[in-house]
Design a protein around this ligand. Structure first.
Ligand SMILES: C[S@@+](CC[C@H](N)C(=O)[O-])C[C@H]1O[C@@H](n2cnc3c(N)ncnc32)[C@H](O)[C@@H]1O
Length: 200
């Protein structure tokens, strides 16, 4: 899908993402995932700031990127309400670059579904991370059950067109192939939701 069209699609969904942020949607998993995030932290595809309530800001400095201006506007509002200091940047992660070894931790939640080339983004995370830096992922993708997988593959073109998200990504395979060292992985909702703690 053409990038400007995809950005507009996420812009339109930004009000819903802000509401979900206020409702702390998927909060238990976010809380579990983000314990220990500290130091110089990058969050990619930050959306409306759904992870902000779960950060321990006394021990971190946060940079967050998204290509949707409307999502960023809402993330800025949430950050102000929570008194969180964050450097927000509008950029396409797939073309963005940071110097190697820039961050202690990189966070991505529900973002690998959106990119044209998620493997490339995982390689970027590895590069931007300090040696042995920590990568925190909460991603949705193919479940465990063959029938569920077939259904996900079947509806994928419609899901992509309507929401901008792919529903058919093999997250476990993508992460294992990326060169990141997976330390812990938990899967929920029939294996569709992946919580992954990895090292660069
Ligand atoms: C499903 S939402 C998830 C938002 C947030 N991370 C969360 O956990 O609620 C996907 C987000 O990725 C952003 N996104 C998708 N592709 C992107 C890209 N190539 N560069 C930057 N942001 C992107 C969208 O604008 C949207 O905010």
């Amino acid at each position: 899908m053409e990038k400007q069209k995809l950005i507009r699609k996420f812009d339109k969904q930004s009000a819903m993402y802000e509401q979900n942020t206020r409702k702390r949607m998927l909060g238990e998993w976010r809380k579990k995932l983000l314990q220990g995030v500290s130091g110089n932290v990058l969050e990619i595809a930050v959306g409306a700031g759904a992870n902000f309530p779960f950060y321990d800001m006394d021990h971190m400095r946060l940079t967050a990127v998204d290509f949707s201006p409307m999502m960023l506007q809402r993330a800025r509002r949430i950050a102000e309400e929570l008194h969180i200091e964050v450097d927000l940047a509008e950029s396409d992660i797939e073309t963005l670059d940071f110097p190697p070894d820039s961050f202690d931790c990189i966070v991505s939640t529900l973002s690998l579904c959106g990119y044209d080339d998620p493997a490339k983004v995982l390689r970027k995370m590895r590069k931007w991370s300090k040696p042995d830096g920590r990568i925190y992922l909460m991603e949705h993708g193919l479940g465990n059950n063959p029938f569920l997988k077939s259904a996900q593959r079947l509806v994928n073109p419609v899901a992509r067109r309507m929401s901008g998200c792919h529903w058919n990504r093999d997250i476990e395979r993508l992460v294992l192939d990326s060169g990141l060292r997976v330390e812990r992985m938990e899967r929920y909702w029939g294996g569709m939701i992946h919580l992954i703690w990895a090292r660069a």
